[in-house]
Design a protein around this ligand. Structure first.
Ligand code: PHE
Length: 454
């Protein structure tokens, strides 16, 4: 069995995996979803989804990776053999994240652009205007024009290459060990500062006030998709990373730690964004979701704080860390697959995966500006990729992986991996096997169908 490189420490394992999980999902998806779906009422459902479904499905993906000890395709082949077609699930698990990577890199380029313009002050020069409309115009200039977003996207693509070519320990692990603590420190500093602002309380209330009238069947589906997206499930990422876990790593504990930390960061993000709007903004006239929240509403809010450049710089450092450690993990799925399938060196396989992004990500970027009149089913190429990957392919891969480990792979594998070959207690095993056999497939299928009904 082809061996893979391993992470060198427990901290490195957690830092890299949590680095993958914390991304745009926590920052621009979670707060808005919570607020739109009934505040604390949604939060309770989301927490339940993460703990009851997210953790067991994560353990299942870890099991495939550590047992298979290879990339997403090779791991499945190592478990059930080349002759049976199950490794095709692995092929899907390599393609889906690659599609996501094409446009995630573009957004990553925007966050880099905003970091640069927070540092050089261009975002906050008084002559450029201070209203939401002015910040909207700036967003247009930085991210929707033709060439400047491309340059920034190319820079982040190069950064990803720079990390990935160094491999698992010297690239991914070293980046995560350094970057994740910085992210947590910024998060705390921000949260404490914002909470002490007058008016912050109204934001907390707005974010968390339970509104049970907003809870509908779709709320459960939204909570579940948010949990999967945010935990990086269904994308081969956790399979690939788990192949780098040494045999002593406790899978159930790692899955719980990563999930709880990811949830914690999402909630902290809500406790930064809404109180900041409560203190300086206007809930009725501000965009609370997606790119408009990050690139228009927040800069407008920072602009009213003392030292806008400083707070804006800190925020965009945080966001760049979140996106870089996520894009690296998404790309690693394909890098590992190319490296192991074709038996080629790290630098070349990284190049094979990263170089085409210069074209694909450019197409995604231009599809929002110059080429926006070209649409597929009424969506730009960027939105179409996002829709197909996250709403259709991601639940399919998650479902297949779950069914594979619960029903197809030899029965003892999950038990051996959860108990580290019988050396740990097996109480988690019973819970995990029950959930991934009977509950998770049903609920994932429901997310899938629900997305069409929405
Ligand atoms: N889980 C990360 C996030 O919340 C990164 C990610 C998202 C990775 C979607 C793949 C797909 O942003």
């Amino acid at each position: 069995m082809a061996g893979t490189a391993k992470f060198s420490s427990k901290i490195g394992i957690i830092a890299a995996t949590i680095g993958s999980a914390i991304g745009l999902g926590n920052v621009w998806r979670f707060p808005a979803e919570t607020q739109a779906n009934g505040g604390a009422a949604f939060l309770v459902i989301y927490v339940a989804c993460v703990l009851i479904l997210g953790v067991p499905v994560m353990v299942a993906e870890f099991t495939i990776g550590r047992r298979g000890n290879s990339d997403a395709i090779g791991s499945i082949r190592n478990i059930t053999g080349k002759k049976k077609p199950y490794w095709l699930i692995g092929v899907l698990a390599v393609i889906v994240p690659y599609i996501i990577l094409c446009y995630y890199m573009v957004v990553s380029g925007w966050t880099f652009s905003y970091l640069v313009h927070s540092i050089d002050g261009a975002l906050y020069t008084p002559d450029a205007g201070q209203t939401a409309v002015d910040f909207g115009a700036k967003m247009h200039k930085y991210v929707l024009s033709d060439y400047s977003p491309l340059i920034m996207t190319f820079i982040v693509i190069a950064l990803n290459y720079g990390v990935l070519m160094f491999g698992v320990r010297k690239g991914i692990e070293r980046l995560s060990n350094f970057a994740m603590p910085v992210l947590f420190v910024i998060l705390f500093v921000f949260c404490i500062y914002v909470m002490t602002l007058p008016g912050a309380g109204s934001g907390v209330k707005y974010f968390l006030d339970p509104d049970f009238s907003k809870v509908r069947p779709s709320t459960f589906i939204n909570a579940l998709s948010q949990a999967f997206f945010s935990l990086s499930l269904g994308m081969g990422i956790l399979v690939t990373y788990a192949a780098y876990y040494p045999k002593e790593t406790k899978l159930a504990r790692t899955a719980s730690t990563v999930s709880v930390l990811d949830m914690f960061v999402a909630i902290m993000m809500g406790l930064i964004i809404f109180p900041a709007i409560g203190a300086f903004g206007d809930f009725d006239n501000s965009e609370m979701a997606g790119s408009a929240l990050i690139f228009v509403t927040l800069p407008e809010i920072f602009n009213q704080m003392p030292n806008p450049g400083l707070w804006s710089t800190l925020f965009f450092i945080l966001l760049n860390i979140a996106t870089l450690t996520s894009t690296v993990s998404i790309a690693e799925v394909a890098v590992a697959a190319v490296q192991q399938r074709f038996k080629i060196g790290r630098k070349v396989s990284t190049l094979i995966v990263i170089a085409p992004l210069l074209v694909f990500s450019s197409v995604c970027s231009l599809s929002l500006g110059r080429w926006s009149s070209f649409t597929i089913f009424g969506m730009t190429i960027f939105d179409f990729f996002d829709y197909v990957a996250t709403n259709i392919l991601l639940p399919i891969v998650a479902l297949l992986m779950c069914v594979y480990i619960a029903w197809i792979a030899p029965r003892n594998i999950l038990h051996d991996e959860i108990t580290n070959n019988g050396t740990l207690r097996s109480r988690f095993y019973r819970i995990v096997i029950f959930i991934i056999r009977y509950i998770a497939p049903f609920l994932i299928a429901l997310i899938f169908i629900g997305n069409f009904i929405k």
